[in-house]
Write a protein that binds this ligand. Sequence first.
Ligand code: Q46
Ligand code: ZN
Length: 323
Amino acid sequence: MKCRVCGKEANIRLSAYNTALCADDFLTFFERRVTRAVQKYHLIDQTDSTLVAVSGGKDSLSLWYILNRAGYLSDGIYIDLGIDEYSRVSFEKARLMADRLGRRIYRFSLPALFQKGIGDLSKVMRRAPCSLCGVLKRYLMNKACIDAGYTVLATGHNLDDEASALFGNLLYWKEAYLYKKSISLEGRGDYLAKKIKPFFLCSEREAAAYAILSRIDYVYEECPYSVGAKTLLYKELLNKIEVTSPATKIRFVKGYLERVKEQEARPDPERCARCGYPSYTETCNVCRLVERFGTGEAIRIECFEPAQATATPDISAKADAVV
Ligand code: Q46
Ligand code: ZN
């Protein structure tokens, strides 16, 4: 198997593109796909300042790394869910990347906020950890963006995440959620940051290969609460289909993107009467949680400066030059 670009021995086969590439050409290929998506879908403008949601995993750390290499200088936000060793190691990896990039990282800590991690909090709330986690992460990441003056929040959701979520929503005809996802969701004034997913069309396998080949030190373990999640089953099923019919996932998600464009403009979300952030109810879920379990102190974000400012190689010129 030879690299399609240079003819050397290939390191990765990309069946969806009917090609194979060596390590160097794969890195260029992947970076170019991400920067092209940023340009094509107008994800980040010159006037934007970007915050990347980092979990310590391969997707978010690779995204943070690529954006900075491409000249989209961005800082990170980490939510400490209070899951013992897993959270400790995850933050360690996120900080390593912050130092490598010479960028700032912010942290919201659930144990500091509620004196409980996501596990205990979900028990007292009688709510599934992932559902509660989703509510808290959405709120805190948006708050971090707005409070610290960033205009765009970037997340590392990849093609497999999007395809499995879409598959699940279709399978159960969850129409209310069906058209809520996109590669980019516009912000609203001073209370809702724009959200972007630059890896929307990049597979999980490609992101993992990029992380390994770029020597990104990421946390290999999955969050313990992800065990048994339906999305993992959907990913497995879609990967099986992909083996016999390469490029199915990307066609599925691209087809969705074309259709989502045709949907009506989203109405402005209502705002929480207490904190002013988006809410479906008069007082948002997080304000109610803080009232019940908070320490009495305001929600505080920690900011960590990088240990040293290291120059990050600029790929913006290279990304344009490669065909
Ligand atoms: S939702 Fe659930 Fe994830 Fe939160 S509790 Fe862990 S598995 S981290 S994306
Ligand atoms: Zn609120």
